[in-house]
Design a protein around this ligand. Structure first.
Ligand code: ATP
Ligand code: MG
Length: 540
């Protein structure tokens, strides 16, 4: 881009992000968005959002709306909003131009025959018997194709290039096909539609895109891209440059597969928090900043490696560390009665909202005779080095007092239902007590004032990206669905969490970062999605 600017090829860089509206955007698209919008910004250029809607069968307004929302949410604003389908007339004229130049012909071969005639990497292709139709005949047939006189698949328009080219993409590729289908934008106006490889360079040229940035699988298409630009005699001469796809471990990045997960109800929608879609990541609690920083850190190269999912999580923690208030939540409650605490007393304790960001201030949380702790934080018969609560052991309650386990109450089946403790008023947090030390610090919520809450804990939806079984037996990605991808637990949060708003984010002490789910949260009960746990093994 820099070279092209310096060579005086362009006054201004223009890029485009060109999704097909046949599904929601995913984390892979975020890379294309960051690259297209980001590079144009670097050069003070422009970026269009262009819907590449040349396939009437799979496209839908729902997807158009969702894509616009997601691009905006990621923090980008397009200069122009374009639809490839608005250019159908120009594309048709360009096809007619090719026919007139003897560079395109109508072919009657079936799709199957065209494939057979195409040849292989080691063998040249064979010319179609219809290849040498006259310009007049081709013009007439192509017009009749447009007029709807033929059935789907009966005829196609092909570029006339070279059936023995070492690049198979240049062996007379199909540029128009018949499809009697209603298009989401043009309705029933057309029954012939341009093929992607022909349409895309024209779209770029029409929009004066200077650099058409796309993923590496289009590298072999570049000669045809250049052929279209040259033979169609477009005024503007866009240049295609490829970059490596972004693949993230355990994340399906194919709209087709994601749609299957939605259609077959493996998830509760495109925005299910387990989905690697932008809307899923948003509902899960990822922030645009974290996604952008992550994508930038993966770099731009020709290689398409698989990125460790710990890397994405690292950027979320980094972003939320100073932004998300700390709070306490109990996921699997166990009641603790503090037997020496006065029956009707409630005291308000100071709790810092974020020790790493003092500006976030201090809140007050109630403390009284009965509290909840995590079931995990008590063991009747603990192994060595267990520093939490067990009979006779003393621990610190975060923001409150030391408590000591005195008694364990069980039901008739021997299950622990309640713990009886005593507290030491001398040990109150913030008073500078140094009398003795304890090794464990537990989080808790006051039982009388606690707000019931639901926690949704996630594991990857698909366990690996391998689609082939070890013995070579065919498997699909659905065989790798993780049966434990969602665990729902019912617990409690602090009383000041009663009125949390959808998409608010918190760090639950000792648990991780959580987002208030916009779909399931009700005025009575907040629902929290686990974004990421606190621990990370990731090193940049
Ligand atoms: P899918 O196979 O999921 O439908 P696609 O590439 O067909 O993906 P498009 O809507 O055509 O989806 O994509 C819009 C742009 O996003 C394209 O330029 C495409 O190259 C880019 N893109 C898609 N997936 C990735 C990815 N994993 N990494 C980087 N860029 C991507
Ligand atoms: Mg596509």
């Amino acid at each position: 881009m820099k070279e092209d600017l310096e060579a005086g090829k362009h006054d201004k860089i223009v890029t485009r992000f060109p999704p097909e509206p046949n599904g929601y955007l995913h984390i892979g698209h975020a890379k294309s968005i960051v690259i297209n919008f980001g590079l144009a910004d670097d050069f003070n250029g422009l970026t269009n959002l262009r819907f590449d809607d040349t396939n009437p069968l799979k496209e839908d307004q729902e997807y158009v709306d969702a894509i616009k929302e997601d691009v905006k949410w990621l923090g980008y604003d397009w200069d122009e909003l374009r639809f490839a389908s608005d250019y159908f007339e120009v594309m048709y004229e360009k096809a007619v131009l090719l026919i007139k130049k003897g560079k395109a012909y109508v072919d009657d071969l079936t799709a199957e025959q065209i494939r057979e005639y195409r040849g292989t990497l080691t063998e040249p292709g064979k010319e179609s018997p219809y290849r040498n139709r006259s310009v007049e005949e081709n013009l007439e047939l192509f017009e009749r194709m447009r007029n709807g006189e033929f059935a789907n698949g009966e005829k196609v328009l092909r570029a006339k290039i070279d059936m023995s080219s070492p690049n198979i993409n240049l062996r007379d590729p199909v540029i128009y096909r018949i499809s009697h289908a209603t298009h989401h934008n043009t309705g029933d106006k057309w029954c012939i539609y341009p093929m992607y490889a022909f349409a895309h360079p024209l779209e770029d040229a029409i929009e004066d895109v200077t650099h058409s940035l796309c993923t590496v699988e289009f590298e072999d298409q570049r000669p045809f891209y250049d052929w279209v630009i040259a033979e169609c005699e477009t005024e503007s001469k866009p240049r295609q440059i490829e970059f490596g796809r972004l693949n993230v471990e355990n994340a399906v990045t194919s709209k087709r597969k994601l749609k299957q997960l939605v259609d077959e109800k493996f998830v509760d929608g495109w925005d299910d928090p387990r989905m690697p879609t932008i809307s899923g990541l948003r509902r899960r609690g990822f922030t645009p900043e974290a996604i952008r920083e992550f994508v930038k850190a993966t770099g731009v190269s020709k290689g398409s490696g698989v990125v460790d999912s710990a890397m994405v999580e690292h950027f979320v923690r980094e972003d939320l560390k100073l932004k998300a208030p700390r709070t306490m939540g109990i996921l699997r409650p166990l009641k603790v009665v503090i037997t020496n605490y006065p029956e009707d007393q409630v005291e308000m304790l100071d709790a810092e909202n974020n020790p790493e960001n003092e500006e976030m201030g201090v809140r007050q949380i109630p403390f009284s005779r009965e509290i909840y702790i995590e079931q995990d934080d008590f063991m009747e018969d603990p192994p060595k080095k267990y520093f939490r609560l067990f009979p006779g052991n003393e621990v610190r309650l975060k923001h409150a007092y030391f408590i000591k386990c005195e008694d364990v109450i069980k039901d008739e089946n021997g299950n622990v239902v309640e713990i009886h403790c005593t507290y030491d008023p001398e040990t109150k947090s913030g008073t500078g007590f140094t009398g003795r030390k304890v090794k464990g610090t537990l989080h808790w919520v006051d039982a009388k004032h606690a707000v019931p809450a639901e926690f949704r804990l996630y594991e990857p939806l698909i366990l690996d990206n391998e689609e082939e079984a070890a013995d070579g037996e065919e498997k699909t990605f659905l065989d790798n669905i993780n049966p434990n991808s969602l665990e729902i637990v019912q617990g409690f949060v602090e009383p000041n969490m009663k009125d949390v708003k959808p998409q608010e984010k918190f760090q639950f002490f000792r648990h991780g970062y959580f987002n208030v789910d916009p779909k399931y949260t009700t005025p009575e009960k907040p629902v929290f999605n686990l974004i990421v746990s606190l621990k990370s093994s990731f090193k940049l």
